[in-house]
Ligand binder design. Structure first.
Ligand code: PEP
Ligand code: MG
Length: 780
């Protein structure tokens, strides 16, 4: 049997059907309404390669030194070619197609998903490495199955198996083929309260396909259903402006406006709620723990698309929860977030109404979303211990060693800083709402006081939010649902400052990383590079860099990742162990930082370059080197020569500079002659140095204007010169996330734009709009 139907599969078939296949099979077997489908088993893949006689050649082809990037690339090409060019034997072809014809009405749209059979074994996390194809029909089914098999042999997959000590010939792959559900309505359901575990079901529902709810493109209706009392279902009907539907012609998922009469209409009928509650109870019973279920309704029939255990239940809250949980959180000091927040609780609770309207602290909204929680004033590092899950950190300015606490926090408020400060950058990447530059938060707010902050308006009010909170999942919320991502000629990339944000950044669908700041990796070591090297050795320092960069390079591979060499001002280094040896500068922003420090300490810079060399050797050919704060071609020639000394061939690798000083903007032609591949505008610094406005000084924040004509003149001239010399241009400063700047840059002909994680989607759309307008103008 080449295929196994989902209803024939049990958890024991893991080896034959992989983790995904086994879990869908288990749910089907439990009588739950899973869309029909089958699995092309791992055994089938195995006999395909064996009967065609390509198995030995395949495993020999991938038995290479994976540290040799050329050999690795050749191995992957050869292995994939062997699979995709080997025809299906007739009997197998017939069996798979026959099974397909039994799904739906014979011309169903199906999802074709890889399910590697070592996926769920300990230490073998291949998840996400293999292909998935949506909206497949008979014509391309076999080709897609073979492409899933071939995806077992991408460069990264080969590299990983080798690294983890897996024998290539021992890893197999199954392929799940499952009917896609063309939903009239869909959403998610928590079978128990997602923060307290109480028997309250929470359902979110919207029109059309589930992607709209999961991706956050639409605010869904919200239904809170007490399971153990006769209390009424608490319904909040949202205005649902858009829906995702299947395009009849192409089968692709597209976004459409919801017809006027349905926008404010309640999505779920009472009987449908009953059917969902029944389904939720069955799933919860089956797994014996609360579940987070994705569901869909087609012609009145309820389907279950996915079920996972709820991992956000707070044991303490669960123990102390009061009976009526529909009125908010059981623990008033436990924070909640919405917008882009790292919500640990559900959107689906009705709002608590304890907040007042009076703004008690005002600053710059620097990371969108609202958050409520107990304020924790952090004035020294020891205070970080008191920051619990869901608290709001209130501090003068955040520091790299606060990042773990920032991850626990539901929100962040600072006295100091602007939109490009540490607090603003890191909180945006973590998806934690933040208000910065308030000047007085640490003196006005009290430790333990419950507050709500609005990371868009920059307001802090007393008490807990009046708004209903929304459930968001930081990674899912930024993931564009195909084909929503607009194809643009100008590349849209994303900025990453902390390696932990890489997954979230990659989920935006960005075309690569336009700026990976390495200083957060170094500063989180808590020691200056010199001290770290003294205590742990050069090799360990290089390893730290390699590991940090590699995590991001992997997440994006083969999309390019532009890694900036170290650029931390001495005042940040002074906070670290070993900081006492740092120069005490009157004006660190104008001081010993960026390329000037690297050129002054080639012995230390050599370790950074060694990290790049190792990454290239390991096959990370998507890594690019970016030099910060250069002023002229002399800086560039000096750095280029150090690259050569470190064993990096500048003619073979992509490297370039940041344009952050007026001097560098004026010298770009000479730098082009020095061989740079790209010039990237660091508008945070370019603005500060052009206008003489300290970017971190809240007293002059209103004068910090990246769109000032002087800044735009420099940028426009650089783009023009670079175009003449075939040098790519990009922006990686905060202004790349602003629509006005995006419009200006695309009109000027910039090659790529790198935005903050939360802004990528809007920037993609803005770029598309401007490009289309340019095209239209050219033909009109
Ligand atoms: C910039 O200056 O615009 C930039 C991106 O670098 P940083 O903010 O790290 O100085
Ligand atoms: Mg800069």
């Amino acid at each position: 049997m080449a295929v196994l139907w989902l209803d024939e599969i049990s958890a024991d078939d893991l080896e034959q059907v992989g983790g995904k296949g086994a879990s869908l099979g288990e749910l089907t077997g439990a009588g739950l309404p899973v869309p029909p489908g089958f699995v092309v088993t791992a055994g089938t893949y195995r006999s395909f390669i064996e009967e065609a006689g390509i198995d030995e050649e395949l495993f020999e082809a991938v038995d290479v030194d994976v540290e040799d990037s050329n050999a690795l690339a050749d191995a992957a090409d050869r292995a994939q070619e062997l699979i995709t060019e080997t025809p299906f034997p007739d009997d197998l072809r017939e069996e798979v197609l026959e099974a397909y014809r039994e799904v739906g009405d014979g011309d169903a749209f199906v999802a074709v998903r890889s399910s590697a059979t070592a996926e769920d074994l300990p230490d073998a996390s291949f998840a996400g490495q293999q292909e998935t194809f949506l909206n497949v029909t008979e014509g391309r089914l076999l080709e897609r199955v073979r492409e899933c098999w071939a995806s077992l042999f991408t460069q990264r997959a080969i590299y990983y198996r080798q690294e983890q000590g897996f024998d290539h010939s021992a890893v197999n792959i199954a392929v799940v083929v499952q009917q896609m559900v063309d939903a009239d309505k869909s959403g998610v359901m928590f079978t128990s309260h997602p923060s307290t575990g109480e028997p309250t079901m929470i359902v979110e529902a919207a029109w059309g396909l589930g992607e709209a709810v999961v991706s956050g493109a639409v605010s869904p209706d919200n239904y809170v259903i007490p399971r153990e009392s006769d209390d009424e279902v608490d319904v909040t009907v949202a205005e649902k402006k858009v829906m995702h539907v299947k395009d009849e012609a192409t089968g692709e998922t597209v976004e459409r406006e919801v017809p006027e009469e349905k926008r404010d209409r309640r999505v779920l009928e009472d009987e449908e709620i009953e059917a969902l509650v029944d389904l939720g109870e069955r799933v919860e019973d089956h797994y014996d723990q609360p579940q987070d279920v994705e569901w869909a309704i087609v012609d009145g029939d309820v389907y279950m698309l996915q079920s996972r255990p709820i991992t956000t239940i707070d044991e303490d809250a669960s123990a102390s929860a009061k009976a009526d949980l529909t009125e908010g959180l059981a623990d008033p000091t436990k924070g909640v977030t919405d917008g882009s927040g790292t919500a640990t609780t559900s959107s689906t609770e009705s709002a608590d109404t304890t907040a007042s309207d009076e703004v008690i602290v005002d600053g710059l909204g620097s990371s969108p979303g609202t958050a409520s929680g107990a304020a924790k004033i952090v004035s020294k590092l020891d205070d970080l211990a008191k920051v619990g899950e869901g608290d709001v950190i209130v501090t003068e300015m955040t520091m790299p060693d606060m990042v773990p606490a920032m991850k626990r926090a539901s929100g962040i408020v600072t006295d100091e800083g602007g939109m490009t400060s540490h607090a603003a950058i890191v909180s945006r990447e973590l998806g934690v709402p933040a208000v910065v530059g308030t000047t007085n938060a640490t003196s006005v707010l009290e430790d333990g006081q419950v507050i709500t902050l609005d990371g868009e308006k920059g307001h802090v009010i007393e008490g807990k939010t009046l708004e209903p909170e929304e459930e968001t999942e930081p990674v899912e919320e930024v993931r564009p649902q195909s084909p929503v991502k607009p194809m643009t000629a100008t590349e849209v990339k994303v900025n990453v400052s902390i390696p932990e944000a890489a997954e979230r950044a990659a989920a935006t669908g960005a075309d690569g990383v336009g700026l990976l700041r390495t200083e957060h990796m170094i500063l989180s070591l808590n020691q200056t590079p010199e001290k770290f090297i003294r205590e742990n050795g050069e090799d360990e320092y290089v390893t730290q860099l390699v590991d940090g960069i590699r995590g991001v390079a992997d997440e994006f591979y083969p999309r390019p990742v532009r890694v900036r060499t170290l650029d931390a001002p001495t005042d940040e280094f002074r906070q670290l162990e070993g900081g006492e040896d740092e120069p005490d500068e009157h004006n660190p922003m104008l001081g010993y930082r960026g390329i000037r420090r690297s050129l002054d300490r080639p012995d230390v810079f050599a370790h950074e370059l060694e990290a790049f060399r190792r990454l290239y050797e390991m096959g990370y050919d998507n890594v690019e080197i970016m030099l910060p704060l250069v002023n002229d071609a002399e800086d560039v020639y000096a750095a280029k020569s150090l690259m050569r000394d470190a064993g990096i061939d500048p003619d073979k690798r992509k490297w370039g500079v940041m344009i952050e000083t007026p001097a560098s903007a004026l010298a770009v032609e000479e730098m082009a002659a020095a061989g740079i591949d790209f010039a990237s505008f660091g508008t945070n610094d370019l603005t500060q140095y052009t206008l003489a406005v300290d970017r971190n000084n809240e007293h002059v924040a209103d004068r910090f204007d990246e769109l000032h004509p002087a800044v735009l003149r420099l940028i426009g001239d650089v783009i023009e010169t670079c175009r003449e010399h075939d040098v790519d241009t990009s922006i990686c400063g905060q202004a790349g996330s602003k629509p006005d700047m995006v419009r200006f840059l695309v009109n000027e002909g910039i090659s790529s734009i790198s935005a903050n994680i939360d802004a990528v989607r809007d920037v993609q759309h803005e770029v598309k709009r401007v490009e289309q307008k340019l095209l239209l103008d050219s033909v009109r």
